[in-house]
Design a protein around this ligand. Sequence first.
Ligand code: 3UK
Length: 547
Amino acid sequence: MHTTHTDTFAFDHLPPADQWPEFLLDAPDLRFPEAMNCAAELLDAAVARGWGERVCIRAPGGVVWTYRQLQAQADRIAHVLVHDMGLVSGNRVLLRAPNNPMLAACWFGVIKAGGIAVATMPLLRAKELGAIVGKAQVSHALCDLSLADELVQTAAAHPVLGHVRFFHGQGDPAGEAVASDRPRLEADMARHAQPFATVQTSATDICLLAFTSGTTGVPKATMHGHRDVMAACQCWPQHVLRPQADDVFAGSPPLAFTFGLGGLLLFPMSVGASTVLLEKASPPQLAEAIPAFGVTTLFTAPTSYRALAAHGEALRQSALRQCVSAGEALPMATRTQWKAATGIELIDGIGATELLHIFISADEAQVRPGATGKAVPGYVAQVQDDQGREVPPGTVGRLAVKGPTGCRYLDDERQTSYVKNGWNLTGDAYRMDADGYFFYQARTDDMIVTAGYNVASPEVEDALMLHPAVAECAVIGVADAERGQVITAFVVPKTDVVADDALVKTLQEHVKQSIAPYKYPRVVRFCDTLPRTQTGKLQRFRLHDLI
Ligand code: 3UK
C-alpha cells in the first residue's frame, strides 16, 4: 500500500497492518481501479454521463441544485482550498454545518482537492471540537456562519487550525449580520470560475475521518478511503434499497454521521437520484417536507418513525415508498405501528461508523419479524463466543462482520478490541437462525444479569412498547445486593395517560404475559424524556444517574 498524499498524516497513523480487519474485495462489483477519487466517481462522472441537468439537491426556500451546479460549487471550493487556503493533499478539513447544500458542496470540494473531510455534528461545543482538531491535526475548516462561535473558540485554542472560512448555509440571516466580519468562503469562491481538475488519488487513500457517535467514552476517529466510499455505495444500496433515478431522498441523520452521509448524499448520487437536505429534520419538519418535496425514500431512526406515525394519513397520500430505519434496534411494535399508519414495511439495517454503513439488513419482501435481516451481499457475518469461535444457530453471542469496508481507528489502542482475527466485532449481542437471519439482543454491555438470568434490555423494552400507554421506554440493570442487578424501566407515558401505581402494576403484568416472567421490570419509573445522543441513540448509562 502507498499513498499519493503530500501530507501523509493519515497514512502514518493507520493501525499496523496486522491489526486490520480482513477486507473482502473479490466480488466483481468490488474490484476498483488502483487510482480512484470518489468525488470523481460520484460527481464528475455523473455530469460526464449526461446527468448534469438532473436535480441533485433541493432545500427549503426553493433551493434547487443540479449535478452540474453542485460540481461547479465544489470546484470553486476546491480552488479556494488549494489556492487561497494552502491546502495540500492529505490535509484534514473540518466541516461544520447543519445538513444544507453548501455542506454537500464543501464535502465534495475537499475530496476533489485530495483533502480528508472531517464532518462534525452541528451541536458540538468548542471543547469537543478541540478534541477532534487535536486528534486529527485538522489544519483547515469550512464552517456555517450559524455555528461560527464555537469554531472561533476552537481555532483560538488550537493553533494547528490555521485556515478557516465561513459560509452562509441557509436561514439564520441574523447570524449573518452578527458574523459579517468573518472571512467568507463565498467571497473567495467568486474569484474561481474555472473547472477544478479532481486530484488523482489512490483508491486506498483516506478521504474521510468519521468520529464515532458512541454512547460512552472518548471519541474515536474511524478512517475510510475512496474505495470504502464506493464499496458502501455498491453494497447495501444496490442489493437492498435498489433506488431508482427518479427517487427523492430525505431524512434526519446529519451528514457528519455516516448513516446520513450515505443515505442522504452518496447513495442518491450514486444512482442519479436527488436528495432533500433539511437543516432541521425532527418529526414535524419531516412530516411537512415529505409531501412538499415529493420524498420517496426516507432515512431516520426508530423514535422518529414512532412520532411520524401520527401523520400516517397524510403520508399515505404522499409519494413516500421506502423507509429505512437504523442507528438503534427497531422494536417490533414500531414496525407494526408504521405499517398500520402508512402501509409501508420498514427496511431495518444495522450499520456502524467503523464499517461506514449498513451490513445486515432486509428489503421489504424479505423482512422476518424481530430480525434485523441477513448479511448484505459483500459482507459475511457470524455470531461468536468470547473466544472468537462461531456458535451454532440459535445461540446468543457477539456479532462479527467482514466485508469490503472495516474498522481502522486513527492511532487508537481500542483497535484491537474492535478487530480480532480479521473480524470486526461491533459490540452487539446477536443470535442467528438457521436461515441466516440475525436477531439483535442488546449491546454486549447492555445485557442485564439478574438472579443468574441473562436479560437483554431491548427485549424488555420491546415488550413494554407493545403496551398502548407507553410512548418511549428504556430498561437498565441497577446494582442490587440480592439479585446482582434489578431490571428497572424508565417509561415515557403517552400524553393523556395517568402515570400512577396502578399503571406500574399493569405494565409489569403486561411484560409477564408477553415474555418470560422473570424478565419483568421490578422497578418502573415515569419520566418526560429519555437521554439520547445527537444521532438519536438511547444513552442507557445516563439513566443510572437518575436512580
Ligand atoms: C447500533 C443498531 C440494532 C449497534 C450507523 C447505519 O448507527 C450507526 O453507527 P454508529 O457507529 O453505531 C453503531 C451501533 O449502533 N445499531 C445501529 N443500527 C442498528 N442496532 N439494529 C439496528 N438497525 O449497536 C451498532 O453497533 O453510531 C447505522 C449506517 C451507518 C451508521 N454509522
